[in-house]
Write a protein that binds this ligand. Structure first.
Ligand SMILES: [Zn+2]
Length: 371
């Protein structure tokens, strides 16, 4: 991160004027041979300052403008042959770094001859101080996680219940924040088989506590009409085997609640209807706690990856598996893929709303919330 103006205070304004005039917000222009220190420079448009405070947008528009503009600059420099980009902070180093990092990120592991192996991910996390526990089928069976295990019956791949824990400081008696993610590594729909179109995308359905399994239509697969008894003793009759997310989450939520968390977040694509309701504009969330909602909403305004609260009235639902006072379900069906809606994210799986949840954890850890 650098301050370009230090190197070249007057000349950029002049160069801009001489190269076609001011830039619109989110647009970039590449200039060559500007100085010996910086032979190639991308100038970007941040937009007008007065357009940056619109309360209806419910996000920090100045940060968003920086992310978008820096990403545009990095994209246009990507067409040149340079190997290193230095980024001006534009007044907000974090937003500039996010825009640059997200814009140039490409998942290339599968293109290299050396295939990534899962133990590398474990080593990487453990290096960061995250404790990784991989629980087996027998562990889940002992805990009567029959809802989870019912989803995995049709697959030859064994299920894994992943438990990741991180202690940021020594205050180990503080109640944890529990995050539960749906980890269906491939979802055919099971006996309620999905149509073949777009089934290749059904390996992206993942997000704590992560129950990992495949949903396949094998000869031992769970059938519509079957009844399973989940780990909290409640019985569930399975109607459509493609609605497997709630089954694996039921057992994971019950397990997570035994750790007596101060707040519990679960992330999943439970319903395609959320994509119909909100499109890719925001993550639809359901919560039994207005205090929790306030913090997550604030986190969304900082990250620019917004959340929108949906009703959780008894009229719609009963929450039999949630015993935590501060609980939230984030439905990521509408945001898991990016086409071109968010200009600083690449095409494909978006990773949303990871940045919002990270800010949420930061707000809680810094004591800036009532939770
Ligand atoms: Zn499914």
């Amino acid at each position: 991160m650098l301050n370009l103006l230090k190197y070249c205070s007057q000349c950029f304004e002049l160069l801009l004027l001489n190269s076609g005039g001011p830039l619109k917000a989110g647009k970039s222009r590449v200039l060559y041979g500007v100085s010996e220190v910086f032979p190639i420079v991308a100038l970007v448009g941040l937009g007008k300052q007065e357009n940056k405070s619109n309360p209806l947008e419910e996000r920090d528009e100045a940060k968003e403008a920086i992310r978008t503009a820096i990403a545009a600059g990095c994209h246009s420099l990507g067409e040149t042959n340079i190997s290193k980009i230095l980024v001006d902070s534009c007044g907000d180093g974090e937003a500039a770094a996010e825009g640059a990092h997200l814009a140039v990120f490409k998942y290339q592991d599968l293109k290299s001859k050396k295939k990534p192996i899962p133990t590398e991910a474990v080593n990487c996390l453990e290096g960061l101080g995250v404790e990784v526990l991989t629980r087996s089928y027998d562990w889940a069976k002992q805990r009567n996680m029959n809802a989870f295990l019912s989803v995995t019956r049709g697959s030859a791949e064994p299920p894994v219940f992943l438990e990741l824990s991180y202690r940021g400081n020594d205050l180990s008696d503080e109640k944890p924040l529990a995050i539960v993610g749906k980890g269906v590594t491939f979802d055919t729909g099971g006996i309620s088989l999905k149509p073949p179109a777009n089934m290749d995308k059904m390996r992206a359905d993942m997000g704590g506590f992560i129950p990992l399994c495949e949903n396949m239509p094998g000869s031992r697969a769970t059938k519509p009409g079957d009844v399973v008894v989940a780990s909290n003793g409640k019985s569930i009759q399975i109607d459509n085997t493609d609605a497997e997310g709630r089954l694996i989450l039921a057992d994971a939520l019950h397990y997570a609640s035994q750790h007596k968390p101060r707040a519990m977040i679960n992330m999943a694509t439970l319903t395609g209807a959320m994509a119909v309701a909100l499109g890719s504009g925001a993550v639809g969330v359901f919560s039994n706690s207005s205090a929790l909602w306030e913090v997550m909403h604030k986190a969304g305004t900082i990250s620019g990856d917004r959340v929108w609260r949906m009703p959780l009235w008894k009229h719609y639902s009963s929450q039999e598996f949630v015993t935590c006072d501060h609980w939230m379900h984030m439905d990521i069906a509408g945001v898991m893929e990016n086409k071109d809606e968010v200009p600083y994210l690449g095409k494909g799986m978006s990773g949303r709303p990871t940045r919002t949840v990270a800010h949420f954890a930061e707000l809680i850890a810094s004591g800036k919330s009532e939770l």
